[in-house]
Ligand binder design. Structure first.
Ligand code: AVI
Length: 314
């Protein structure tokens, strides 16, 4: 029987040194619920900060996304529950703008939930849900009428490593015409203790989120990870601007993964690297944009300078 993408990923990630698993696989149903809880935690500042930026500056942001009058499409990669985007949608509806909102998500289930909620809450909104991967949705971008604005909010860009990030930005830039815009959320570098606390909260929700990856392997790949012998560990390195999260094996142990038909050995205190969350400076953002063939058209920040929503153009 051919292996699923997840099984192939786990076999590769645990078969190498250092062992790694991608944070991309955090988001099964349980992981998505835990992430919803993380976004409301007192220590996890990015969501509420970006929400406040969009709430307080929605008129200026909408103006920056739509430099020319006329019809346009607002395309969102990874819309989630749409809570932040609704602030922009309400502003556009208030202005009676001629626009279509096209949220993109690979999961048909997640999309139908979002679409149903939007149809109820914003009945006059023109909605075009796209159930595709990001690459396919971006390829289809030039076929949309009018100008386009592509949203990639929530500091999701921070979960890419530097090479992947640049490749992704180039992929985002490729289909853009001169009047099109990109809006990307970047978490900014700040007090390292605050950053670290955001990824190691007192209630242990982030720990549960990280450890859920092992539970997911147990559930989906019939493995026997014993959660009593695993811990969440995270650290922020201000020189690299990166939070790195790990799962730590607290003793020497062997784990059997039935669906892979093999076992994996872990030494005492060996780690599995599971996530990077990069934090940026304004000069780094300018430099990244330049490398991807883009320019910074506008920056919207909170007054403390914790988070930036950056509008990019070709
Ligand atoms: C989705 N992403 C932007 C979150 C972040 O901040 O890197 C995921 C997360 N991981 C731990 N807490 C939140």
């Amino acid at each position: 029987m051919p292996h699923s993408d997840f099984a192939t990923h786990v076999a590769q990630g645990l078969g190498q040194l250092p062992k790694t698993l991608s944070s991309m696989y955090f988001y099964d149903d349980v992981g998505s619920q835990l992430f919803q809880q993380i976004m409301g935690l007192p220590e996890y500042y990015p969501t509420r900060t970006e929400y406040a930026i969009l709430q307080e500056q929605s008129a200026a942001i909408v103006a920056a996304l739509r430099p020319e009058a006329g019809p346009f499409s607002l395309v969102e990669l990874g819309a989630g529950d749409g809570l932040k985007t609704k602030l922009l949608l309400r502003e556009l509806l208030r202005q009676q703008a001629d626009f279509t909102y096209a949220p993109v998500d690979i999961s048909a289930g997640a999309m139908s939930g979002l679409a149903a909620a939007l149809r109820q809450e914003l009945p006059t909104l023109r909605l075009d849900p796209v159930v595709e991967d990001y690459a396919t949705a971006l390829q289809q971008l030039p076929t949309r009428p009018g100008s386009k604005a592509v949203l990639f909010l929530g500091s999701n860009i921070g979960n890419f490593g530097p090479a992947e990030r640049l490749a992704f930005l180039r992929q985002l830039a490729a289909p853009l015409a001169p009047a099109d815009r990109l809006l990307i959320g970047f978490d900014l570098q700040k007090d390292p203790r605050r950053i670290r606390a955001a990824y190691d909260d007192a209630q242990g929700i982030t720990a549960a989120f990280n450890l859920n990856l092992l539970r997911r392997i147990n559930r989906e790949l019939e493995a026997d990870f014993d959660l009593r012998y695993w811990q969440h560990y995270t650290d922020y390195n201000p020189l690299a601007g990166a939070v790195r999260s790990f799962l730590v094996s607290t003793r020497a142990q062997q784990v059997q993964i039935n669906k892979l038909g093999r076992s994996f050995d872990f030494a005492a205190w060996e780690v599995i690297h599971t996530e990077n969350s990069y934090k940026f400076t304004r000069p780094q953002i300018e430099e990244m944009a330049r490398e991807a063939g883009l320019r910074v058209a506008a920056v919207f920040q909170d007054t403390a300078g914790d988070f930036a929503d950056v509008v990019l153009a070709k």
